[in-house]
Design a protein around this ligand. Structure first.
Ligand SMILES: *[C@@H]1O[C@H](CO)[C@@H](O)[C@H](O)[C@H]1NC(C)=O
Ligand SMILES: *[C@@H]1O[C@H](CO)[C@@H](O)[C@H](O)[C@H]1NC(C)=O
Ligand SMILES: *[C@@H]1O[C@H](CO)[C@@H](O)[C@H](O)[C@H]1NC(C)=O
Ligand SMILES: *[C@@H]1O[C@H](CO)[C@@H](O)[C@H](O)[C@H]1NC(C)=O
Ligand SMILES: *[C@@H]1O[C@H](CO)[C@@H](O)[C@H](O)[C@H]1NC(C)=O
Ligand SMILES: *[C@@H]1O[C@H](CO)[C@@H](O)[C@H](O)[C@H]1NC(C)=O
Length: 365
């Protein structure tokens, strides 16, 4: 078990030793395929509805099935399978099931649809909002609230009809749309008392950090006031120290951050069933780190993944992530004259009156 070793190190010695243990080992993740429709290349992510397919769990018999298998639901049988994988695995191997939910529709999603992606990226996304909507650290729209309530109803039905193992621990991005989605998704469910819904807010589960104001989180005091009983991870800062509004995190930098948050959770949390509430870009990045096929989630959708984590010596690692420096994205200081979906400068064609933000932007009459 990956976490067992670290738990021992952390409880018996000072942080310096824990840090040394981290440096001398590497956690390599992979997705165990064959159990969920979503990790099969033939499943179309665009049309896949997790609520119509039992979270994608494939109906099948397992070698771990017991004599009473006929009286158990697929999720109960899968729970036995996962515990048998953990029971039989060497000490350096750990299996966990992640339920990763994307937040429901936020005002920034509505605005991107309203203005169109190029105009959104070139101009509107840099503002805090328009005359009628705010999208800096966007809140959920009514549609987004309905999507989170749909997830809530689906969890309830899985608990009632499938006796699904519910998450033992919950981790949430610090952005408001995820906090609200997690709250609506998991409130009011008949959860076991020892695994009640009491999430931990993790800085590194946030969305890819672009210059867009929707990626700028609120201060810790504000978050605490919204959900006073929720936990912050150690070291969570009062103010957002990552968002600059000037440069954007690159995909590789985001993947490195995703690996760091996975390493953090896998080496400190010995439980098997975990919930993450995060974002489309961040879940896509986590899936890359897990070696899962690309699977983009609609707003409010949830993906379940069976993960194998192996703690190995760094020299045995088959792939490591090297993070490219953050870069500036071109944009205009006034609404662009035209919205083109691709091309130079991300499709931004600024009006002459507006100073383009990078020198390579094209200004036209
Ligand atoms: C799924 O597709 C990827 C990329 O095309 C390929 O590398 C992989 O082998 C495929 N997996 C299966 C099980 O077919
Ligand atoms: C997936 O479904 C969408 C919507 O029906 C369709 O446009 C797309 O071509 C499909 N993708 C594949 C790979 O079949
Ligand atoms: C699995 O079987 C159940 C009950 O027999 C059925 O309702 C469900 O649609 C099946 N699920 C999948 C993903 O095929
Ligand atoms: C502001 O943006 C929202 C989408 O987030 C849109 O519905 C609304 O119509 C816009 N308001 C104005 C005044 O353009
Ligand atoms: C959290 O969810 C509950 C149940 O849906 C709701 O009553 C409450 O207002 C929510 N809290 C916040 C701060 O959104
Ligand atoms: C935190 O953010 C809230 C909402 O934006 C603001 O009203 C408050 O003054 C901020 N608090 C601190 C300590 O900056």
């Amino acid at each position: 078990m990956v976490c067992w070793e670290f738990a021992l190190v952390l409880s018996s010695a000072a942080g310096a030793i824990a840090a040394a243990a981290h440096a001398s080992s590497y956690i390599q993740y992979s997705t165990v395929t064959g159990y969920f429709l979503q990790d099969d290349n033939s499943t179309n992510a665009t049309t896949f509805d997790y609520t119509a397919a039992n979270f994608g769990l494939i109906n099948q018999t397992y070698s771990s099935d017991r004599a009473n298998a006929a009286s158990l639901t697929q999720w109960q049988k899968f729970a036995i399978l996962v515990s048998s994988l953990n029971a039989k695995s060497p000490k350096n191997v750990d299996y966990k099931v992640l339920f990763m939910g994307r937040h429901g529709e936020g005002w920034h999603n509505a605005a991107e649809s309203y203005y169109g992606t190029p105009a959104w990226n070139c101009y509107w996304s840099l503002l805090n909002g328009n005359a009628t909507a705010t999208w800096s650290d966007a809140h959920l729209t009514d549609n987004g609230i309905a999507q989170a309530l749909k997830a809530n109803a689906f969890w309830l039905s899985r608990i009632q009809t499938q006796k699904i193992p519910t998450p033992e621990n919950y981790y949430v991005s610090p952005l408001s749309r995820c906090l609200a989605t997690a709250n609506l998704t998991f409130s009011g469910l008949p959860l076991p008392a020892k695994h009640a819904f009491l999430p931990t807010i993790k800085e590194k589960l946030r969305e890819g950090i672009s210059e867009h104001t929707c990626d700028h989180r609120s201060n810790k005091t504000y978050i605490h006031d919204m959900f006073p009983s929720w936990k912050f991870e150690a070291g969570f800062s009062e103010y957002d120290e990552l968002w600059t509004g000037v440069t954007a995190e690159t995909d590789s930098a985001q993947d490195l951050r995703s690996k760091q948050v996975l390493d953090d959770i896998f080496s400190s949390d010995c439980s098997t069933w975990l919930s993450f509430t995060s974002h489309s870009g961040e879940i896509a990045s986590i899936l890359r780190v897990l070696g899962h096929r690309p699977f983009s989630l609609n707003t409010g959708a949830v993906i379940a993944v069976l993960v194998k984590a192996e703690t190995i010596s760094p020299s045995q690692a088959t792939s490591t992530i090297s993070a490219a420096p953050w870069t500036a994205s071109p944009h205009c200081t006034a609404p662009p004259v035209t919205s083109i979906s691709s091309g130079a400068n991300g499709g931004c064609v600024c009006p002459n009156s507006a100073a383009p933000v990078t020198t390579t932007l094209v200004a036209v009459d």
